[in-house]
Design a protein around this ligand. Structure first.
Ligand SMILES: *[C@@H]1O[C@H](CO)[C@@H](O)[C@H](O)[C@H]1NC(C)=O
Ligand SMILES: *[C@@H]1O[C@H](CO)[C@@H](O)[C@H](O)[C@H]1NC(C)=O
Ligand SMILES: *[C@@H]1O[C@H](CO)[C@@H](O)[C@H](O)[C@H]1NC(C)=O
Ligand SMILES: *[C@@H]1O[C@H](CO)[C@@H](O)[C@H](O)[C@H]1NC(C)=O
Ligand SMILES: *[C@@H]1O[C@H](CO)[C@@H](O)[C@H](O)[C@H]1NC(C)=O
Ligand SMILES: *[C@@H]1O[C@H](CO)[C@@H](O)[C@H](O)[C@H]1NC(C)=O
Length: 258
């Protein structure tokens, strides 16, 4: 009998501890797990104040850089925190994440195969990332993608096909090669930044896009712009300088024809 009541007491204490924990920890468990894995992949840096490897409540405890709506994490803004390590593959479980900004850190390795599927803004600029994920066409909500100033290389192929909502794409300062023909399906693209890569061949299809801001400086010298853009197309794309505080500023200018 005594044994039984001790057991009962233990069970009740245990259950109320669980209830108390649940009352505090209202962040969606899948988001908590994803953030813990994210933290671990970055080597648990002390700059991420409040973050934990186990337990915790990112929304309730205001982990640095984390913003929530209800129990869902919707923004992750961790720019310029001297973060190193890798990007966690668990990011794909963050269904409600709208913004992912880890720009200006020292993150290395490949970009995870699947990024947060409903994100609208992704900024991975100014890191040391080495490959683009071929699952990008599935990201139908994406509006702004910034991969500039990384170590990305190789042909872009069809990676950017069908991103109907994409407004701005910045691939500048990488080593991309080949013919960026998958850009022609980006029906809503207004800003395209390809400068300082090794893109080559025709860029004629860019004329069909609603671009107001384009930079294609310092690519393969074989690109012949003179027969691609007629004067009417040139005037459609407004002159605009590009602010770039990171390495140096590039100003828009038509490449010399030759
Ligand atoms: C950035 O982190 C590295 C270790 O990853 C450290 O050696 C360096 O001092 C840090 N730099 C700054 C400015 O905190
Ligand atoms: C987010 O993405 C998932 C899977 O891609 C989809 O099922 C879900 O409807 C999306 N949610 C929102 C709010 O867009
Ligand atoms: C691009 O490639 C060249 C040589 O192939 C290398 O020197 C340079 O550092 C690379 N740049 C980037 C941004 O990866
Ligand atoms: C994107 O472009 C397509 C085709 O021009 C258009 O039907 C669609 O409404 C656009 N989407 C947005 C969000 O503007
Ligand atoms: C570029 O195209 C123009 C117009 O078609 C042509 O006159 C010129 O010779 C071409 N330049 C090169 C380097 O191919
Ligand atoms: C991409 O990020 C870099 C570094 O933060 C920034 O300089 C650049 O302006 C961004 N590109 C766009 C199109 O916003």
């Amino acid at each position: 009998m005594a044994k039984q009541s001790v057991w009962m007491c233990f069970t009740l204490t245990f259950m109320s501890a669980i209830l108390a924990f649940q009352a505090v920890a209202f962040t969606a468990p899948s988001d908590v797990t994803a953030l813990q894995d994210f933290y671990e992949a970055l080597n648990s840096p002390p700059q991420l104040k409040g973050w934990r490897l186990d337990g915790g409540d990112p929304c309730g405890e205001s982990w640095v850089g984390v913003s929530c709506s209800g129990s869902s994490v919707i923004h992750l803004k961790l720019q310029g925190l001297n973060l190193s390590g890798y990007l966690s593959a668990q990011l794909h479980n963050m269904f409600n994440l709208k913004t992912l900004d880890v720009s200006s850190n020292n993150i290395v390795g490949e970009i995870p195969y699947v990024l947060p599927p409903n994100a609208t803004h992704i900024n991975l600029a100014c890191n040391s990332l080495t490959s683009i994920p071929h699952s990008l066409p599935a990201m139908k909500s994406l509006r702004h993608l910034n991969l500039s100033h990384n170590l990305l290389s190789g042909p872009v192929g069809n990676v950017f096909t069908g991103l109907q909502n994409l407004r701005e794409l910045d691939l500048s300062y990488n080593n991309f090669t080949g013919d960026p023909n998958s850009f022609k399906s980006l029906a809503n693209l207004t800003g395209l930044f390809l400068q300082n890569n090794k893109f080559s061949r025709s860029v004629a299809y860019l004329v069909e896009l609603p671009l107001t801001n384009l930079n294609i400086e310092n690519n393969d010298h074989q690109i012949n712009f003179s027969n691609v853009f007629q004067e009417e197309h040139k005037s459609k794309i407004k002159k605009k300088d590009i602010s770039c505080s990171y390495v140096h500023c590039v100003y828009w200018g038509w490449p010399s024809i030759g």
